[in-house]
Design a protein around this ligand. Structure first.
Ligand SMILES: [Zn+2]
Length: 199
């Protein structure tokens, strides 16, 4: 398995084009290397009225990435008890737009991008975009792809990164490839506690 050195799975930022046009929302950036502790919130989430229905559209997504996304969302649903939380849609205005692109800026594995209303701290239009980097993720296992997808979904929910270890408190939001080696059903307890704090 050829895996590039650990880097950020994710950065969150606004499109520069949109940033120039509006000052009513914030640009969020999730930094690498937070101290070990319980779940972190990224500062933006879906509107409280949105669950239990988050819709998504996969845009020309290769089968391996479609499966990874499905597994990631299924596991989130399973662990949060929200068995119908996610729903595929043919709407042109879904809550999550999912793409696999050839590569991403900064060599990140995947990227969750959204704009956040400054007042309500909710996603503008309740919409984010998730991109997977094929140059990095094509070689990794289906299981690891699914974990990256679940990590990005955690960002969409409103979770930030944690620094931890498998033994004390495994977390899908651990921004390290070491997360791939943690045992058990994921997302783990710390991730679910974060979700519970938001919805
Ligand atoms: Zn991340």
């Amino acid at each position: 398995m050829t895996v590039p050195s650990p880097a950020l799975f994710n950065r969150r930022s606004s499109s520069s084009m949109l940033v120039a046009a509006a000052a009513s929302f914030l640009v969020l950036t999730v930094a690498f290397g937070m101290p070990a502790q319980a779940y972190q919130l990224s500062g933006c989430k879906y509107d409280s009225a949105q669950p239990p229905s988050i819709t998504y559209v996969k845009y020309s997504l290769p089968a391996a990435y479609g499966s990874a996304f499905d597994t990631g969302q299924y596991n989130w649903d399973l662990r949060t008890g929200s068995t119908t939380y996610f729903a595929s849609t043919t709407s042109t205005d879904p809550n999550i737009d999912v793409y696999a692109v050839s590569s991403l800026p900064g060599g990140v594995w995947a990227l969750t991008t959204g704009e956040c209303w400054a007042t309500t701290r909710t996603w503008k239009y309740d919409e984010v975009r998730i991109d997977f980097s094929r140059v990095i993720m094509d070689p990794i296992s289906a299981e690891s792809k699914a974990r990256v997808a679940a990590h990005e979904l955690g960002h969409a929910y409103g979770l930030g990164h944690v620094s931890t270890n498998c033994a004390s408190s495994p977390a899908i939001m651990w921004n390290s490839t070491a997360m791939f080696g943690c045992w058990g059903t994921w997302p783990w307890a710390d991730d679910v506690a974060g979700w519970d704090s938001l919805y």
